[in-house]
Write a protein that binds this ligand. Structure first.
Ligand SMILES: C[S@@+](CC[C@H](N)C(=O)[O-])C[C@H]1O[C@@H](n2cnc3c(N)ncnc32)[C@H](O)[C@@H]1O
Length: 356
């Protein structure tokens, strides 16, 4: 107890309280994903409050396991428990977070992503020592699905209704019929949303990860936009195609090894009056501006996914997910863009508009 007399007991208690919350959150990752995979949230959402026996029967699972799971969920304020009827319910606020995939605050992707970060630990831990990267395609099992699921609600909620209209003259072009490249499209949810909203425009999604491109094609087909949304494997600094009215990059510029090279190539691929839309994680330019719950999540994602991805590619710029607008502007203007402005923002994203 060498330092006992230097410890402020009130601060210690407060910190232990924080740790209890943090460990509780971490312990929920597997529990919430089990509830998702076995359909517990959706069943409670559609069928209303149930006893453990009723839910076990409906979901066809072991009652003993389920009782432990339900108890954890009630202790976590994820489900409401009524001792009189011994029933568990999914309150409406929790339902839009856990059960409704179309809701703007659906967060199941966040839990998938946290599991992927843990899976990535051995590879990233080794990379701390070597300084090397870990290629996107070699990261945790379905980190790609987790990332896509994590970002999708934000795009669904903002892309067509707020972000595209914030760009000068872009919606008019899209309505009339424009050529658009969605670079680093991943599973293609952003491409699909835009293709659905603007049927006269033609969209091509490029990503260097072939499995993601295949998934993007499947999503386009499932959402009936295969006619005007295509996908192809391509690098941000060399994808084919010219004379685009709009190029978009959703949460991927900072993952690239050579974002400045990508910027120069995108500049050449655009029409003279074209627009490059860059969606990046929200961040201030200085560390002290990012010491908050959003920055906390992004720095973890950046360490476990974004830096390893960038460092595994040529140049290895490793901008990180919290690069901030000033650094991003530098990269964007280095490629030949002369005008850059922040067109829109949410607590999670900043939307930059770059013009030649
Ligand atoms: C965080 S994910 C975002 C995916 C998608 N835009 C979204 O918002 O869901 C980053 C994406 O960038 C892609 N990527 C990284 N470096 C790339 C590069 N140099 N060229 C093309 N794609 C790249 C990855 O394959 C991955 O799909």
């Amino acid at each position: 107890m060498m330092h006992a007399n230097t410890v402020d007991e009130a601060k210690l208690n407060q910190f232990i309280g924080q740790m209890l919350g943090d460990l509780g959150g971490a312990s929920s990752i597997a529990m919430v994903r089990i509830g998702d995979a076995l359909g517990f949230y959706k069943t409670l959402h559609t069928k209303g409050p149930m006893t453990c026996e009723q839910l076990a029967k409906t979901a066809k699972v072991s009652e003993r396991y389920l009782r432990e799971w339900l108890s954890h969920q009630a202790a976590s304020n994820y489900l409401a428990y009524d001792p009189k009827s011994a029933t568990f319910a999914l309150p409406p606020e929790q339902a839009i977070v856990f059960a409704n995939e179309e809701s703007p605050v659906y967060m199941m992707g966040g839990f998938d992503l946290m599991a992927a970060l843990l899976d990535n630990q051995p590879k990233v831990q080794a990379a701390f020592k070597s300084g090397q990267g870990v290629a996107w395609g070699e990261q945790a099992g379905c980190m790609f699905c987790a990332v896509a699921r994590f970002f999708r609600p934000g795009y669904q909620n903002n892309l067509v209704s707020a972000w595209l209209p914030a760009l000068s003259g872009v919606v008019e072009k899209l309505e009339q019929g424009a050529r658009v490249a969605d670079v680093g499209c991943g599973h293609g949810w952003s491409t699909v949303l835009m293709a659905k909203a603007f049927p006269k425009s033609h969209f091509i999604g490029y990503d260097f990860h072939p499995d993601s491109v295949r998934d993007a094609m499947r999503h386009a087909k499932a959402h009936g936009v295969s006619e005007n949304a295509r996908f192809d494997v391509g690098l941000a600094k060399s994808f084919p195609g010219k004379d685009f009215d709009l190029v978009t990059c959703f949460d991927c510029l900072h993952d690239m090894g050579d974002p400045a090279g990508a910027s120069a190539h995108i500049r050449k691929s655009l029409k003279q009056d074209g627009t490059w839309m860059i969606v990046e994680p929200m961040a201030g330019d200085h560390l002290e501006q990012n010491l908050n719950p959003v920055g906390r999540l992004y720095y973890a994602g950046s360490t476990m996914v974004c830096l390893p991805t960038s460092l595994s590619q040529e140049v290895g710029a490793a901008l990180g997910a919290q690069a901030g607008e000033a650094k991003l502007r530098e990269v964007i203007t280095s490629g030949g863009f002369s005008r850059v402005r922040r067109a829109a923002e949410t607590p999670f994203n900043m939307i930059l508009e770059a013009r030649p």
